[in-house]
Structures are given as C-alpha cells and as structure tokens.
Write a protein that binds this ligand. Structure first.
Ligand code: 5GP
Length: 194
C-alpha cells in the first residue's frame, strides 16, 4: 500500500488568504496534515518568531544551506531568499502525512520535478482590489513594498493556469473543505478507488 503523503504546494498572491486556509486545515485535521516551515533571509514581520513562521537566516547562512543541498527548493521573492528544508518534509511524507508547502510558483515547479505525488493548489483572492485592501489593512508593508507585491501578484495570477487546482477564496471555511476534498479525491484516485 502506498503510505506516502501528498506534498501540497499552496501558492497564491500575498494576502490572498493562503496562510489562513492552511492554518484552519491543520487545526481541523491535525493528524493528516503538517506545515513545512521555510527558511528566509527576510526580516521578521510584527510578532513573527524564529522557528514558528520561518527560520530567519542571514543571506550568507541561506547561501550556505543552498550549497550544502539542505533545501528541497528555493527562490528569490522580491529582494529575499525563501526555501524549504528538505529532511523534515521527506520524513513526514514517509509517515503518510500530507505536507503543506506555502511557497511561490518558482519553488512549486522545482518540487514537482523532485518529489512524486505533488498537488499544486493556487489560492486566488476574489479580485485584485480586495487583495490591495487586505495588504493595506495588514499594515505591515510600506507603500513601495505594497506596489511591488501587487505587481508580483498580477504575475502570479497568470501562473495559476499551470496549477492542478485553483481555489477562489471567498470564504475560508469553504476553501478549507474544498482543499481537503481535493486531497481525498486524489488519494482515492491514486489508490485505484476512483
Ligand atoms: P512573505 O514574505 O509574505 O511571508 O512570503 C512571500 C512569498 O514567499 C509568498 O508568496 C510565500 O508563499 C513565498 N514563500 C514562503 N516560503 C517559501 C519557500 O520556502 N520557498 C519558496 N519558493 N517560496 C516561499
């Protein structure tokens, strides 16, 4: 029997609600999913803590991790590095747990070629104006950073077409159920039950 979990690549524009959806999914089905914690060279935002939201690294430390092949994938986003520590993810998948990677599309395409059973899910905000409001309301970025993130968001929306599924996040609870149903469906399909 195939005990391997799915690697869920969850991407979407910054502020689209993917963090909220993933956290709610983990809370609802704690035995079935685990969230990978990425490493990044960006500065902590607000109350973010090392080892909770991210492993915060200097650029030099991050480049050493790349050189030592400790990352499953990595990408530059705006001005910083982001990457997925390899070992933890591989161990969880072997235990049959679905691992969520909340990463951008550059990383998503890298893992697809390295790991079997990858499901790529794109989370879309209902519209871009709404996205702008959410970023402004969050109040953690400067105006210049908001403009850069919105530009990046427009690019990302074009990428959505290359994902396995796109969820339009109108309601978090519904998005969580859609995501869980997608995983159940794909798991059954893999095991030959559909
Ligand atoms: P933020 O700075 O808002 O936390 O994240 C910025 C972007 O980096 C988001 O689109 C997020 O999905 C992406 N990201 C976070 N961790 C990783 C990672 O490990 N690898 C890649 N490729 N992207 C990541």
């Amino acid at each position: 029997m195939n005990k391997t979990g799915f690697l869920l690549v969850v991407s979407g524009p910054s502020g689209a609600g993917k963090g909220t959806i993933c956290n709610a999914l983990l809370k609802k089905y704690p035995d079935e999913y685990a969230l990978s914690i990425s490493a990044t060279s960006r500065e902590p935002r607000g109350n973010e803590q090392d080892g909770v939201e991210y492993f915060f690294k200097t650029i030099e430390e991050f480049e050493e991790m790349i050189a030592a092949d400790l990352l499953l994938e990595h990408a530059r986003y705006v001005d910083n590095y982001y990457g997925t520590p390899r070992k933890w993810v591989e161990e969880k998948l072997e235990e049959g747990i679905n691992v969520i990677l909340e990463i951008d599309y550059q990383g998503g395409f890298q893992v697809s070629s390295k790991i079997p059973n990858v499901l790529k899910i794109f989370i879309m905000p209902p519209d871009l104006e709404e996205l702008k409001n959410r970023l402004v309301l969050r109040g953690t970025e400067t105006e210049e950073q908001i403009i850069m993130r919105l530009k990046k968001a427009e690019e990302e929306i074009k990428i959505a077409e290359q994902y396995d599924y796109t969820i339009i996040n109108v309601d978090v609870e519904k998005s969580v159920e859609i995501l869980h149903n997608i995983v159940s469906y794909e798991k059954n399909k893999l095991m030959g039950e559909i």
